[in-house]
Design a binder for this molecule. Structure first.
Ligand SMILES: [Zn+2]
Length: 259
C-alpha cells in the first residue's frame, strides 16, 4: 500500500536462536497527535480511514493477525487495499479465522471450495499461496518460537520510524523488505515480493510511515523490546539511532524508540 525509503539495515535476518519479542503495547498506544492532515491515502474512504486510524502501523505480535495480514497483503497484489478490506470478513470466514494451523491442512478439496467461496478473490495462485504460506508460517514460527519473534527480530524489536513529511516521500520498498522478501521466499512463502513485504511491514507496525502531520502517528516512549533479543544499547537516548543500524538511506530516518 504505502511505504518507506531504503533506510534499513539490509542485514542478515534473525537467527534461529531468536526467541521472544515483547512489545510494550501500553506505551505504544501513546499518541502524539499530529495537527495536520492524515496520511492522504486514509482519506479515500471511511473504511480506509478507520483501518488507518485503528490498525495501520500499530505494532503487533499477535500470530493470528500476523498471518491475516500476510494473507490479505498477498491477496491485494494488483488490487486496491479498499477492495481487500471490503472482503476481509469473507476472508476471515473462508480461511478459518486466519488460524494458520487449520489453513495449513487445507488440501485440494478446500482449495476448490475457496475458489467458489463468496466474497474472496478467486485467483488460484493467491488461494494456494495462502495455504502454502500457512505451512511456511508455522515452520518459521516453530524455528523461532513464534512468527512474531522471527519478524521483529529483523529490527531488534523496534519499529523503524520513517515519519515522512509528504506522501511522495513514502517509498514502496526498502533494503529491509528486499532482504526479508528473499528470506521468506527461501522459507517457502509466495506472494512475498519486496513491495508486498514492505506493505506488510507497514501494516504490522514494523515500519511506521505515518506522516509527520498525521494525528495517528504513534510516539514511542519507552521500552519496546525485552531481553530475549539480546539488545545491547539499553541506555540509548530517545531518538538515537545505533551506529550499526545506520544505512545509506537518502532520506532521513530515525528510530525514536527508547529502551
Ligand atoms: Zn497516518
Amino acid at each position: 500500500m504505502v511505504t518507506d525509503s531504503g533506510k534499513t539495515d539490509g542485514q542478515s535476518g534473525p537467527t534461529e536462536r531468536t526467541r521472544v519479542v515483547t512489545l510494550g503495547f501500553a506505551d505504544m498506544q501513546t499518541r502524539a497527535r499530529g495537527r495536520g492532515p492524515r496520511c492522504a491515502w486514509a482519506e479515500r474512504s471511511v473504511t480506509l480511514r478507520q483501518y488507518h486510524d485503528e490498525e495501520w502501523g500499530v505494532p503487533t505480535i499477535d500470530e493470528v493477525r500476523l498471518f491475516e495480514l500476510l494473507v490479505l497483503e498477498g491477496a491485494q497484489a494488483g488490487l486496491s487495499w479498499s477492495i481487500i478490506l471490503a472482503k476481509r470478513d469473507a476472508y476471515r470466514s473462508a480461511f478459518a479465522g486466519f488460524d494458520a494451523s487449520r489453513v495449513a491442512r487445507f488440501g485440494p478439496t478446500e482449495v476448490a471450495q475457496l475458489l467458489e467461496a463468496p466474497g474472496i478473490v478467486h485467483n488460484r495462485l493467491k488461494v494456494e499461496s495462502a495455504v502454502t504460506n500457512a505451512r511456511a508460517f508455522l515452520d518459521t514460527a516453530s524455528s523461532h518460537g513464534s512468527f512474531a519473534s522471527y519478524l521483529w527480530g529483523w529490527v531488534e524489536g523496534r519499529p523503524i520510524v520513517g515519519r515522512p513529511e509528504v506522501a511522495a516521500e513514502v517509498p514502496v520498498m526498502s533494503d529491509l523488505s528486499v532482504s526479508l522478501s528473499k528470506d521468506l521466499k527461501r522459507r517457502g512463502f509466495t506472494f512475498v515480493g519486496p513491495t508486498i513485504v514492505y506493505s506488510y511491514l507497514q501494516a504490522t507496525g514494523v515500519v511506521d510511515d505515518h506522516l509527520e502531520t498525521c494525528p495517528s502517528k504513534p510516539e514511542y516512549q519507552t521500552s519496546l523490546v525485552q531481553d530475549d533479543l539480546g539488545i545491547e544499547d539499553r541506555n540509548r537516548r530517545p531518538g538515537q539511532v545505533p551506529a550499526r543500524r545506520r544505512t545509506s538511506s537518502t532520506r532521513r530516518s530515525s528510530s525514536s524508540s527508547v529502551l
